[in-house]
Design a protein around this ligand. Structure first.
Ligand SMILES: Cc1cc2nc3c(=O)[nH]c(=O)nc-3n(C[C@H](O)[C@H](O)[C@H](O)COP(=O)(O)OP(=O)(O)OC[C@H]3O[C@@H](n4cnc5c(N)ncnc54)[C@H](O)[C@@H]3O)c2cc1C
Length: 315
């Protein structure tokens, strides 16, 4: 049992312990792992434990080993996470490069693991002669993260194409859930408490006109024209307060483009993006988020709700 283990603060961060040596597990466990290595904002303090399971079986066994009071946080590609500078207490479970299987299970259905990158799923669907998943092409996260966020782009959302999901609970038990078990809204999903996604079955349509590759090219071009690609960001920081009121426009009207706190800066190209210019801290970013909210509220009486998930401790 991993019950009472707490790494000492002086523990060498570079030491990676393979838990299978002490418990027979096959995954990799790191202690005091800097979360800045795993988030697209490139900020975030250390996680007490960072577990990369070998596969689903190993994941289930690992979860079964954890004490009931151990906090667990899941991470895909960290492209929608602000991890505070004090880091994350408990265990982080990483799905990137694991649970990454893709399989055609009927002429118009794909089963995809939660660790599959959204772009890979989009390309796989097109290559398989199916249409409906192209919008995922520019979303730089995993399918698991997209399910948790109901990620979307260009008028489509993840749960539009999901029919069934497979989840795992805190004790390592696997569940098959229907779409109706979830309350899905714009960039938010209420799921059964204490369960996380390990796979999904998506339903698509035959791409009779074979437009998939062109659509993918077009969507990537549109993204490149409007978004600061290649910069350290988390995509859109705030949800749009209404269909016809994009958060980016409101922030721009408030004159906040280019506004900085430390090395965090509101993008000049897309005002709903906050960029890490170099060595920003999570605290710089959080302060800038609050500043934007405050100015927008004072000028327009609109409360901007963050789309990004903020986790961890402040220093
Ligand atoms: C340049 C850029 C462009 C972006 N464009 C878009 C866009 O067009 N549309 C859009 O919606 N988003 C966009 N995003 C945001 C982000 O890519 C999406 O929200 C994405 O779905 C997050 O996936 P992830 O794997 O990175 O999740 P993470 O950031 O790792 O996690 C996000 C949340 O999901 C939870 N989570 C992760 N995996 C699982 C799992 N397996 N089971 C349960 N919970 C899980 C985490 O705990 C966390 O709460 C963009 C981000 C960037 C950096």
């Amino acid at each position: 049992m991993l019950t009472n283990y707490r790494p000492h603060r002086d523990f060498d961060r570079n030491v990676m312990t393979e838990i299978n040596k002490i418990s027979g597990l096959k995954g990799k466990l790191r202690f005091n792992e800097p979360m800045s290595k795993h988030t697209s904002w490139r900020v975030g303090g250390p996680a007490d434990r960072f577990y990369v399971p070998h596969d689903v079986k190993d994941l289930k066994y690992f979860l079964g080993q954890l004490s009931e009071d151990e906090p667990v946080t899941w991470i895909g590609l960290g492209s929608n996470l602000l991890v505070r500078d004090g880091g994350i207490r408990g265990t982080v479970i990483a799905t990137k490069n694991v649970m990454d299987e893709l399989e055609i299970i009927s002429p118009d259905h794909i089963r995809a693991g939660a660790g599959v990158a959204c772009a890979r799923l989009a390309r796989y669907a097109v290559k398989s002669g199916l249409t409906g998943a192209e919008f995922l092409i520019g979303i730089p996260g995993t399918l698991g993260g997209a399910l948790a966020m109901n990620a979307g782009a260009f008028g489509s959302e993840t749960w539009d194409i999901v029919e069934q999901v497979v989840t795992v609970d805190r004790k390592g038990k696997q569940w098959t859930r229907q779409k109706s078990d979830f309350v899905v809204n714009y960039r938010s999903v209420a799921k059964p408490a204490g369960e996380w996604f390990i796979a999904a079955m998506v339903g698509l349509s035959p791409d009779i006109k074979q437009t998939g590759n062109n659509t993918i090219r077009e969507l990537l071009t549109r993204r490149g024209m409007t978004q600061p690609m290649g910069e350290a960001s988390c995509g859109s920081v705030f949800r749009n307060p209404g269909k016809d009121t994009p958060a980016a426009k409101i922030i721009e009207f408030c004159g906040l483009k280019g506004k900085r706190v430390g090395n965090a800066c509101v993008s000049e190209k897309h005002a709903n993006f906050i960029i890490n210019l170099g060595n920003a801290t999570a605290s710089d970013i959080e302060e800038l988020i609050q500043h934007v909210q405050q100015v927008v509220y004072e000028k327009h009486h609109i409360t901007l709700v963050p789309e990004v998930h903020v986790v961890g401790d402040k220093v």
